[in-house]
Design a protein around this ligand. Structure first.
Ligand SMILES: *Cc1c(COP(=O)(O)O)cnc(C)c1O
Length: 391
Protein backbone atom coordinates (compact mmCIF):
# COMPACT_ATOMS: atom_id res chain seq x y z
CA UNK A 1 0.00 0.00 0.00
CA UNK A 2 1.35 3.39 -0.90
CA UNK A 3 1.66 6.17 1.64
CA UNK A 4 -1.28 8.43 0.79
CA UNK A 5 -0.50 10.97 3.50
CA UNK A 6 2.98 11.47 2.12
CA UNK A 7 1.64 11.67 -1.42
CA UNK A 8 -0.87 14.33 -0.40
CA UNK A 9 1.78 16.30 1.40
CA UNK A 10 3.99 16.23 -1.66
CA UNK A 11 1.12 17.46 -3.80
CA UNK A 12 0.62 20.30 -1.38
CA UNK A 13 4.31 21.23 -1.50
CA UNK A 14 4.08 21.40 -5.29
CA UNK A 15 1.14 23.84 -4.93
CA UNK A 16 -1.06 21.30 -6.70
CA UNK A 17 -3.38 20.41 -3.84
CA UNK A 18 -7.03 20.91 -4.80
CA UNK A 19 -9.84 21.67 -2.43
CA UNK A 20 -13.48 22.56 -2.77
CA UNK A 21 -15.26 25.77 -1.90
CA UNK A 22 -18.57 25.30 -0.14
CA UNK A 23 -21.05 27.58 -1.87
CA UNK A 24 -24.12 28.72 0.03
CA UNK A 25 -26.10 30.39 -2.77
CA UNK A 26 -27.56 29.49 -6.16
CA UNK A 27 -25.14 29.79 -9.05
CA UNK A 28 -24.88 33.42 -10.06
CA UNK A 29 -22.51 36.36 -10.28
CA UNK A 30 -22.79 36.84 -6.50
CA UNK A 31 -21.57 33.83 -4.56
CA UNK A 32 -21.64 33.32 -0.80
CA UNK A 33 -18.81 31.30 0.70
CA UNK A 34 -18.22 31.10 4.46
CA UNK A 35 -20.76 33.88 4.89
CA UNK A 36 -18.83 36.27 2.63
CA UNK A 37 -20.10 37.66 -0.65
CA UNK A 38 -17.92 37.37 -3.74
CA UNK A 39 -18.28 38.61 -7.27
CA UNK A 40 -17.60 35.42 -9.24
CA UNK A 41 -15.88 35.15 -12.62
CA UNK A 42 -15.28 31.43 -12.84
CA UNK A 43 -18.52 29.60 -13.57
CA UNK A 44 -19.52 28.07 -16.91
CA UNK A 45 -23.06 29.42 -16.53
CA UNK A 46 -22.35 31.59 -19.57
CA UNK A 47 -25.91 32.67 -20.28
CA UNK A 48 -26.91 33.16 -16.65
CA UNK A 49 -29.56 30.44 -16.84
CA UNK A 50 -28.58 28.23 -13.88
CA UNK A 51 -31.07 29.95 -11.60
CA UNK A 52 -33.54 31.24 -14.19
CA UNK A 53 -37.07 31.29 -12.71
CA UNK A 54 -38.69 29.63 -15.75
CA UNK A 55 -36.18 26.78 -15.68
CA UNK A 56 -36.53 26.36 -11.91
CA UNK A 57 -40.30 26.37 -12.32
CA UNK A 58 -40.15 23.71 -15.04
CA UNK A 59 -37.97 21.60 -12.74
CA UNK A 60 -40.62 21.91 -9.98
CA UNK A 61 -43.43 20.97 -12.35
CA UNK A 62 -41.37 18.06 -13.64
CA UNK A 63 -40.96 16.80 -10.09
CA UNK A 64 -44.72 16.99 -9.57
CA UNK A 65 -45.34 15.08 -12.78
CA UNK A 66 -42.54 12.49 -12.73
CA UNK A 67 -41.32 12.36 -9.12
CA UNK A 68 -37.68 12.50 -8.06
CA UNK A 69 -35.94 9.41 -9.38
CA UNK A 70 -35.99 7.79 -12.81
CA UNK A 71 -35.70 4.37 -11.20
CA UNK A 72 -33.80 2.57 -13.95
CA UNK A 73 -31.54 2.87 -16.97
CA UNK A 74 -32.95 4.31 -20.20
CA UNK A 75 -33.11 0.81 -21.73
CA UNK A 76 -35.08 -0.65 -18.83
CA UNK A 77 -37.86 1.68 -17.68
CA UNK A 78 -36.12 4.98 -16.98
CA UNK A 79 -36.63 6.68 -20.37
CA UNK A 80 -39.53 9.12 -19.89
CA UNK A 81 -41.68 11.13 -22.25
CA UNK A 82 -39.73 14.23 -21.08
CA UNK A 83 -36.35 12.68 -22.00
CA UNK A 84 -37.72 11.66 -25.37
CA UNK A 85 -39.15 15.09 -26.16
CA UNK A 86 -35.87 16.77 -25.15
CA UNK A 87 -33.94 14.48 -27.50
CA UNK A 88 -36.24 15.37 -30.38
CA UNK A 89 -35.94 19.07 -29.65
CA UNK A 90 -32.14 18.92 -29.41
CA UNK A 91 -31.96 17.07 -32.74
CA UNK A 92 -34.17 19.70 -34.41
CA UNK A 93 -32.13 22.53 -32.84
CA UNK A 94 -28.87 21.14 -34.24
CA UNK A 95 -30.36 19.97 -37.54
CA UNK A 96 -29.34 16.39 -36.96
CA UNK A 97 -31.65 13.38 -37.43
CA UNK A 98 -31.29 12.19 -33.84
CA UNK A 99 -29.90 13.10 -30.44
CA UNK A 100 -29.22 10.88 -27.44
CA UNK A 101 -29.02 12.08 -23.83
CA UNK A 102 -26.16 10.99 -21.59
CA UNK A 103 -25.92 11.63 -17.87
CA UNK A 104 -22.80 13.81 -18.29
CA UNK A 105 -20.43 15.02 -20.98
CA UNK A 106 -17.71 12.89 -19.49
CA UNK A 107 -19.87 9.79 -19.95
CA UNK A 108 -20.90 10.83 -23.46
CA UNK A 109 -17.29 11.09 -24.62
CA UNK A 110 -16.33 7.76 -23.07
CA UNK A 111 -19.45 6.14 -24.53
CA UNK A 112 -19.01 7.34 -28.11
CA UNK A 113 -15.36 6.40 -28.39
CA UNK A 114 -15.68 3.01 -26.74
CA UNK A 115 -18.72 2.17 -28.91
CA UNK A 116 -17.07 3.11 -32.22
CA UNK A 117 -13.44 2.15 -31.67
CA UNK A 118 -11.32 -0.69 -30.46
CA UNK A 119 -7.82 -2.09 -30.70
CA UNK A 120 -6.21 -1.39 -34.05
CA UNK A 121 -8.15 1.87 -34.46
CA UNK A 122 -6.80 5.38 -33.96
CA UNK A 123 -7.92 8.61 -32.31
CA UNK A 124 -6.34 11.89 -33.41
CA UNK A 125 -6.82 14.39 -30.64
CA UNK A 126 -5.92 18.05 -30.36
CA UNK A 127 -3.24 18.50 -27.71
CA UNK A 128 -5.47 20.81 -25.69
CA UNK A 129 -8.63 18.65 -25.75
CA UNK A 130 -10.67 18.11 -22.62
CA UNK A 131 -9.56 15.24 -20.38
CA UNK A 132 -12.73 13.24 -21.09
CA UNK A 133 -11.83 12.93 -24.79
CA UNK A 134 -8.41 11.57 -23.86
CA UNK A 135 -9.95 9.16 -21.36
CA UNK A 136 -12.49 8.05 -23.97
CA UNK A 137 -9.72 7.20 -26.39
CA UNK A 138 -7.86 5.28 -23.70
CA UNK A 139 -10.93 3.32 -22.63
CA UNK A 140 -11.70 2.34 -26.23
CA UNK A 141 -8.34 0.62 -26.64
CA UNK A 142 -7.60 2.64 -29.79
CA UNK A 143 -4.21 4.27 -30.24
CA UNK A 144 -4.18 7.88 -29.13
CA UNK A 145 -2.23 10.32 -31.29
CA UNK A 146 -2.16 13.96 -30.28
CA UNK A 147 -1.69 16.68 -32.88
CA UNK A 148 -0.47 20.21 -32.19
CA UNK A 149 -3.12 22.57 -30.91
CA UNK A 150 -5.37 23.79 -33.75
CA UNK A 151 -2.74 22.70 -36.28
CA UNK A 152 -4.60 21.20 -39.26
CA UNK A 153 -1.32 20.53 -41.10
CA UNK A 154 0.03 18.49 -38.22
CA UNK A 155 -3.22 16.50 -38.19
CA UNK A 156 -2.98 15.91 -41.92
CA UNK A 157 0.60 14.63 -41.63
CA UNK A 158 -0.37 12.21 -38.91
CA UNK A 159 -3.41 10.95 -40.82
CA UNK A 160 -1.29 10.26 -43.90
CA UNK A 161 0.56 7.59 -41.94
CA UNK A 162 -2.65 5.83 -40.90
CA UNK A 163 -3.76 3.33 -43.48
CA UNK A 164 -5.94 0.82 -41.68
CA UNK A 165 -8.54 0.62 -38.91
CA UNK A 166 -11.20 3.15 -37.95
CA UNK A 167 -9.94 6.72 -37.65
CA UNK A 168 -11.54 9.37 -35.46
CA UNK A 169 -10.52 13.00 -35.16
CA UNK A 170 -11.64 14.57 -31.87
CA UNK A 171 -11.59 18.24 -30.97
CA UNK A 172 -13.16 20.67 -28.55
CA UNK A 173 -15.24 23.27 -30.43
CA UNK A 174 -14.26 26.05 -28.01
CA UNK A 175 -11.22 25.03 -25.95
CA UNK A 176 -12.17 24.94 -22.32
CA UNK A 177 -9.05 26.51 -20.83
CA UNK A 178 -7.91 28.84 -23.66
CA UNK A 179 -11.26 29.97 -25.07
CA UNK A 180 -10.15 29.77 -28.70
CA UNK A 181 -12.12 27.98 -31.42
CA UNK A 182 -11.05 24.93 -33.46
CA UNK A 183 -10.55 25.41 -37.23
CA UNK A 184 -13.54 23.17 -37.92
CA UNK A 185 -13.89 23.63 -41.70
CA UNK A 186 -10.25 22.57 -42.24
CA UNK A 187 -10.55 19.68 -39.80
CA UNK A 188 -13.73 18.54 -41.56
CA UNK A 189 -12.02 18.61 -44.96
CA UNK A 190 -9.05 16.63 -43.73
CA UNK A 191 -11.18 14.10 -41.86
CA UNK A 192 -13.34 13.55 -44.92
CA UNK A 193 -10.33 13.10 -47.22
CA UNK A 194 -9.03 10.36 -44.93
CA UNK A 195 -12.43 8.78 -44.31
CA UNK A 196 -12.14 9.58 -40.60
CA UNK A 197 -14.94 10.42 -38.18
CA UNK A 198 -14.90 14.01 -36.95
CA UNK A 199 -16.14 14.37 -33.38
CA UNK A 200 -16.67 17.87 -31.99
CA UNK A 201 -17.11 18.39 -28.25
CA UNK A 202 -18.92 21.72 -28.10
CA UNK A 203 -19.33 21.96 -24.33
CA UNK A 204 -18.26 25.62 -24.33
CA UNK A 205 -19.58 26.69 -27.73
CA UNK A 206 -23.16 25.50 -27.53
CA UNK A 207 -25.52 28.30 -26.51
CA UNK A 208 -22.71 30.84 -26.65
CA UNK A 209 -21.69 31.03 -30.31
CA UNK A 210 -23.43 30.49 -33.63
CA UNK A 211 -26.88 31.51 -34.81
CA UNK A 212 -29.48 30.86 -32.07
CA UNK A 213 -26.66 29.51 -29.92
CA UNK A 214 -26.15 26.51 -32.20
CA UNK A 215 -22.45 26.46 -31.30
CA UNK A 216 -19.22 26.32 -33.26
CA UNK A 217 -20.48 23.72 -35.74
CA UNK A 218 -23.50 25.85 -36.68
CA UNK A 219 -21.26 28.93 -36.75
CA UNK A 220 -19.03 27.21 -39.31
CA UNK A 221 -22.12 26.00 -41.22
CA UNK A 222 -21.05 22.34 -41.12
CA UNK A 223 -23.61 19.63 -41.77
CA UNK A 224 -24.01 16.05 -40.65
CA UNK A 225 -21.63 14.62 -43.24
CA UNK A 226 -18.91 17.09 -42.27
CA UNK A 227 -19.36 16.67 -38.51
CA UNK A 228 -20.92 13.25 -38.02
CA UNK A 229 -20.52 13.30 -34.21
CA UNK A 230 -21.56 16.39 -32.28
CA UNK A 231 -21.40 16.26 -28.50
CA UNK A 232 -22.85 19.00 -26.32
CA UNK A 233 -23.25 19.48 -22.59
CA UNK A 234 -26.21 20.89 -20.71
CA UNK A 235 -24.48 21.93 -17.48
CA UNK A 236 -22.75 24.98 -18.89
CA UNK A 237 -24.57 27.56 -21.07
CA UNK A 238 -27.83 25.61 -20.72
CA UNK A 239 -27.70 26.08 -16.96
CA UNK A 240 -28.92 22.58 -16.02
CA UNK A 241 -27.06 19.26 -16.16
CA UNK A 242 -26.31 16.41 -18.52
CA UNK A 243 -25.14 16.01 -22.10
CA UNK A 244 -26.09 14.60 -25.48
CA UNK A 245 -24.69 13.33 -28.74
CA UNK A 246 -26.32 14.40 -32.01
CA UNK A 247 -25.85 12.54 -35.29
CA UNK A 248 -27.33 10.15 -37.79
CA UNK A 249 -30.03 7.64 -37.09
CA UNK A 250 -27.44 4.85 -37.38
CA UNK A 251 -24.94 6.53 -35.06
CA UNK A 252 -27.54 7.05 -32.34
CA UNK A 253 -28.89 3.50 -32.65
CA UNK A 254 -25.34 2.17 -32.44
CA UNK A 255 -24.75 4.18 -29.26
CA UNK A 256 -27.99 2.85 -27.75
CA UNK A 257 -26.84 -0.72 -28.51
CA UNK A 258 -23.17 -0.37 -27.62
CA UNK A 259 -22.22 2.65 -25.51
CA UNK A 260 -21.62 1.13 -22.10
CA UNK A 261 -21.76 4.49 -20.32
CA UNK A 262 -25.28 4.82 -21.72
CA UNK A 263 -26.50 1.29 -21.12
CA UNK A 264 -25.21 0.51 -17.65
CA UNK A 265 -26.28 3.61 -15.78
CA UNK A 266 -29.47 5.05 -14.33
CA UNK A 267 -31.31 7.63 -16.45
CA UNK A 268 -31.16 11.17 -15.05
CA UNK A 269 -34.38 12.39 -13.41
CA UNK A 270 -37.14 13.18 -15.91
CA UNK A 271 -37.67 16.51 -14.12
CA UNK A 272 -34.19 17.52 -15.23
CA UNK A 273 -35.24 16.96 -18.85
CA UNK A 274 -38.33 19.13 -18.22
CA UNK A 275 -36.06 21.93 -16.98
CA UNK A 276 -33.63 21.54 -19.88
CA UNK A 277 -36.47 21.76 -22.43
CA UNK A 278 -37.22 25.25 -21.13
CA UNK A 279 -33.50 26.07 -21.09
CA UNK A 280 -33.27 25.06 -24.75
CA UNK A 281 -36.10 27.44 -25.61
CA UNK A 282 -34.39 30.31 -23.76
CA UNK A 283 -31.02 29.54 -25.37
CA UNK A 284 -32.57 29.85 -28.81
CA UNK A 285 -34.75 32.90 -28.04
CA UNK A 286 -32.54 35.10 -25.94
CA UNK A 287 -30.08 36.56 -28.43
CA UNK A 288 -29.60 39.44 -26.01
CA UNK A 289 -27.68 37.12 -23.68
CA UNK A 290 -25.11 36.38 -26.38
CA UNK A 291 -24.95 40.07 -27.31
CA UNK A 292 -24.42 41.05 -23.68
CA UNK A 293 -21.61 38.48 -23.42
CA UNK A 294 -19.91 39.90 -26.51
CA UNK A 295 -20.09 43.40 -25.01
CA UNK A 296 -18.57 42.23 -21.73
CA UNK A 297 -15.80 40.30 -23.47
CA UNK A 298 -14.95 43.31 -25.63
CA UNK A 299 -14.89 45.63 -22.63
CA UNK A 300 -12.69 43.25 -20.65
CA UNK A 301 -10.21 42.74 -23.49
CA UNK A 302 -9.90 46.47 -24.07
CA UNK A 303 -9.42 47.18 -20.38
CA UNK A 304 -6.95 44.34 -19.82
CA UNK A 305 -4.99 45.47 -22.88
CA UNK A 306 -4.72 48.94 -21.38
CA UNK A 307 -3.34 47.40 -18.19
CA UNK A 308 -0.64 45.67 -20.25
CA UNK A 309 -1.97 42.18 -19.55
CA UNK A 310 -1.46 39.68 -22.38
CA UNK A 311 -4.60 37.79 -23.33
CA UNK A 312 -5.26 34.61 -25.29
CA UNK A 313 -6.65 34.63 -28.81
CA UNK A 314 -10.20 34.23 -27.53
CA UNK A 315 -13.41 36.03 -28.32
CA UNK A 316 -15.49 33.69 -26.22
CA UNK A 317 -16.43 34.25 -22.55
CA UNK A 318 -13.31 32.27 -21.54
CA UNK A 319 -10.54 34.86 -21.00
CA UNK A 320 -7.57 33.34 -19.20
CA UNK A 321 -4.65 35.26 -17.75
CA UNK A 322 -1.64 32.95 -17.89
CA UNK A 323 0.52 33.55 -14.85
CA UNK A 324 3.08 30.74 -15.19
CA UNK A 325 3.71 28.82 -12.00
CA UNK A 326 1.03 27.14 -9.95
CA UNK A 327 2.21 29.08 -6.89
CA UNK A 328 1.69 32.42 -8.62
CA UNK A 329 -1.78 31.47 -9.89
CA UNK A 330 -2.75 30.42 -6.37
CA UNK A 331 -1.34 33.58 -4.85
CA UNK A 332 -3.22 35.82 -7.27
CA UNK A 333 -6.44 33.90 -6.77
CA UNK A 334 -6.05 34.38 -3.00
CA UNK A 335 -5.33 38.12 -3.32
CA UNK A 336 -8.41 38.50 -5.53
CA UNK A 337 -10.46 36.61 -2.94
CA UNK A 338 -9.38 39.11 -0.30
CA UNK A 339 -10.75 41.85 -2.56
CA UNK A 340 -14.08 40.10 -2.99
CA UNK A 341 -13.45 38.57 -6.42
CA UNK A 342 -13.73 34.82 -6.96
CA UNK A 343 -11.56 33.36 -9.73
CA UNK A 344 -10.08 29.93 -9.14
CA UNK A 345 -6.52 29.08 -10.13
CA UNK A 346 -6.20 26.46 -12.86
CA UNK A 347 -3.05 24.35 -12.50
CA UNK A 348 -1.48 21.19 -13.95
CA UNK A 349 -2.53 18.64 -14.96
CA UNK A 350 -5.62 20.56 -16.18
CA UNK A 351 -3.16 22.78 -18.08
CA UNK A 352 0.48 22.16 -19.02
CA UNK A 353 3.26 22.94 -16.52
CA UNK A 354 4.18 26.63 -16.67
CA UNK A 355 0.71 27.46 -18.04
CA UNK A 356 -1.12 27.92 -14.75
CA UNK A 357 -3.70 30.62 -14.98
CA UNK A 358 -6.60 32.57 -13.70
CA UNK A 359 -9.42 31.29 -15.87
CA UNK A 360 -11.74 34.27 -16.05
CA UNK A 361 -15.19 33.56 -17.44
CA UNK A 362 -18.07 35.90 -18.10
CA UNK A 363 -21.79 35.39 -17.88
CA UNK A 364 -24.60 37.31 -19.52
CA UNK A 365 -25.69 38.00 -15.95
CA UNK A 366 -22.62 40.19 -15.35
CA UNK A 367 -22.94 43.94 -15.85
CA UNK A 368 -20.41 46.26 -17.46
CA UNK A 369 -19.86 47.83 -14.03
CA UNK A 370 -18.87 44.43 -12.68
CA UNK A 371 -16.35 43.99 -15.47
CA UNK A 372 -14.96 47.43 -14.59
CA UNK A 373 -14.71 46.39 -10.95
CA UNK A 374 -12.77 43.26 -11.98
CA UNK A 375 -10.41 45.40 -14.09
CA UNK A 376 -9.89 47.86 -11.23
CA UNK A 377 -8.99 45.04 -8.84
CA UNK A 378 -6.68 43.43 -11.44
CA UNK A 379 -4.94 46.78 -11.86
CA UNK A 380 -4.16 46.77 -8.15
CA UNK A 381 -2.83 43.21 -7.98
CA UNK A 382 -1.09 42.58 -11.32
CA UNK A 383 1.64 44.52 -13.04
CA UNK A 384 1.89 45.23 -16.74
CA UNK A 385 3.41 42.27 -18.61
CA UNK A 386 2.66 39.87 -15.78
CA UNK A 387 0.47 37.57 -17.87
CA UNK A 388 1.56 35.84 -21.04
CA UNK A 389 -0.73 34.78 -23.88
CA UNK A 390 -1.72 31.18 -24.49
CA UNK A 391 1.06 28.90 -25.73
C1 LIG B 1 -17.25 20.18 -19.04
C2 LIG B 1 -16.74 19.47 -20.23
C3 LIG B 1 -17.03 18.13 -20.45
C4 LIG B 1 -17.72 17.29 -19.43
O1 LIG B 1 -19.07 17.59 -19.36
P1 LIG B 1 -19.84 17.25 -18.00
O2 LIG B 1 -21.27 17.26 -18.40
O3 LIG B 1 -19.48 18.35 -17.05
O4 LIG B 1 -19.36 15.92 -17.55
C5 LIG B 1 -16.62 17.56 -21.63
N1 LIG B 1 -15.92 18.27 -22.54
C6 LIG B 1 -15.59 19.55 -22.34
C7 LIG B 1 -14.83 20.28 -23.38
C8 LIG B 1 -15.99 20.19 -21.16
O5 LIG B 1 -15.62 21.44 -20.94
Amino acid sequence: MKDLAQQLQQRSQQQLYRSRLVVETPQGVHTHIDGKDYLAFCSNDYLGLANHPDIVDAFHKGLDEFGAGSGAAHLISGHSRAHHALEEELAAFLQRPRALLFSTGYMANLGVMSALLGRGDRVFADHTNHASLLDGARLSGARLLRYRHNDADDLETRLQNATDGELLVATDGVFSMDGDVAPLPQLADIASTHNAWLMVDDAHGLGVTGPYGGGTVAQAGLDLTQVPILMGTLGKAFGTFGAFVAGSEELIETLIQEARTYIYTTAPPAALACATRVALRLVQQDDWRREQLQQLVKRFRQGAGQLGLALCDSHTPIQPLITGTAAEALRLSQVLREQGILITAIRPPTVAAGQSRLRITFSAAHSEQQVDRLLAVLEGVMVSGQSSGCA
